[in-house]
Design a binder for this molecule. Structure first.
Ligand SMILES: NC(=O)c1ccc[n+]([C@@H]2O[C@H](COP(=O)([O-])OP(=O)(O)OC[C@H]3O[C@@H](n4cnc5c(N)ncnc54)[C@H](OP(=O)(O)O)[C@@H]3O)[C@@H](O)[C@H]2O)c1
Length: 319
């Protein structure tokens, strides 16, 4: 198979390239910088038609690529509507447009996010996408629109794979960033500020490990596209509080997690002083109720996460 991985220089995209090449697939890694671990890389931009490819590179993609993986766009919970919609949504439109012109195309593997479910109420599974939910931020909405576009494009065979927050040390050095997502809460925790989480954070956050996610993408590439959605997270299903404690452990710190509305209010007021990103405050309440049987839909069973991946993440980021 010849796979175009879009977002190949990123945290997940790099791990996907490494996994696919290890399985013997030919990989073309695409990003604006043209970086990443793939043996073959191209510069491109998903916000432009044909991903800004031209000439021989575009001809090769159209004549030879069998699969496209969408792993572009950062997990930026603070992004505005421009990034969320121009990148996640318009980017998917460009990818779908390109896929329609590829002669040997057999499958799109779209990397979605469980956060596309926003504040869904009631039990949700792989089939649900819009259940009347509201969204905490533009990132969630952008991922929701992107997955909706993939589902609606019935002429492009696809599988969407949903992940929660991914942690762990990726195969390519330097791709792990603590600027976005769950890791952005660590600086105030490490400084000793109390953090309010409803029920003391004793609720699922559906974390997973990055090479496990890359394994799931690899299986999706090798499985005939069915228009279905898969979900994967660490089958051990650590709670949000357990994840935060494990991330802080290598630094010898125990985070001060409390269930206190007063602390929650102070946290909002002092967010800029304590370095707590605004968007993180929205995740202090239980997220949504995900049907645990979603994991059964991953062919071959859900990959396990390597022991100690959360501690390894904390060590890597703050050592
Ligand atoms: N990490 C997670 O916890 C997680 C969980 C669930 C879902 N996801 C999804 O996985 C995807 C990747 O996340 P990540 O954490 O790997 O992000 P990341 O490390 O920031 O990587 C983003 C990648 O997208 C590329 N990119 C950004 N803008 C682009 C553009 N206009 N055209 C082409 N490439 C572009 C970046 O490279 P250049 O800057 O060089 O272009 C980079 O390769 C996102 O769609 C995210 O929603 C991630």
């Amino acid at each position: 198979m010849k796979v175009l991985v879009v977002g190949a220089s990123g945290y997940l995209g790099g791990a996907v390239c490494a996994r696919l090449e290890r399985a013997g697939h030919e990989v073309i890694g695409l990003s604006r910088s043209g970086g990443g671990p793939a043996r073959r890389t191209l510069r491109g931009d998903v916000t432009r038609p044909a991903l800004a490819l031209a000439g021989a590179a575009l001809e090769e993609v159209r004549a030879e690529v069998t699969h496209i993986v969408t792993a572009f766009g950062s997990v930026d919970w603070d992004c505005g509507p421009d990034t969320a919609l121009d990148l996640h949504a318009a980017g998917i439109r460009s990818v779908l447009g390109l896929a329609r012109t590829c002669d040997r195309f057999t499958g799109l593997v779209h990397v979605s996010s469980l956060l596309a479910l926003g504040r869904a109420s009631g039990r949700v599974g792989n089939r649900e996408l819009y259940v009347g939910q509201t969204f905490r931020n533009w990132y969630e909405y952008g991922k929701y629109v992107a997955e909706s576009l993939v589902r609606a494009a019935r002429d492009v065979p696809s599988t969407s794979v949903r992940f929660g927050p991914l942690l762990g040390v990726p195969p390519a050095a330097g791709a792990l960033s603590a600027r976005h997502g769950l890791l952005a809460v660590l600086p105030p925790l490490l400084q000793g500020y109390p953090v309010h989480l409803r029920e003391g954070g004793d609720f699922p956050c559906y974390a997973g490990e990055v090479t496990g996610a890359a394994e799931v993408v690899h299986r999706a590439v090798e499985t005939p596209a069915s228009g279905r959605t898969w979900t994967w997270f660490d089958p051990a299903d650590p709670t949000l509080a357990e994840v935060l404690r494990a991330l802080c452990r290598p630094l010898g710190r125990v985070p001060r997690i409390v269930d206190s509305a007063t602390v929650g209010r102070l946290q909002r007021l002092l967010a800029s002083r304590t370095g707590t990103p605004d968007a993180l405050l929205g995740y202090a309440e239980p997220w949504f109720d995900l049907d645990p049987s979603v994991l059964d839909a991953v062919p071959g069973g859900p990959p396990r996460c390597p022991a100690g991946y959360l501690e390894a993440t904390g060590r890597e980021v703050f050592a």
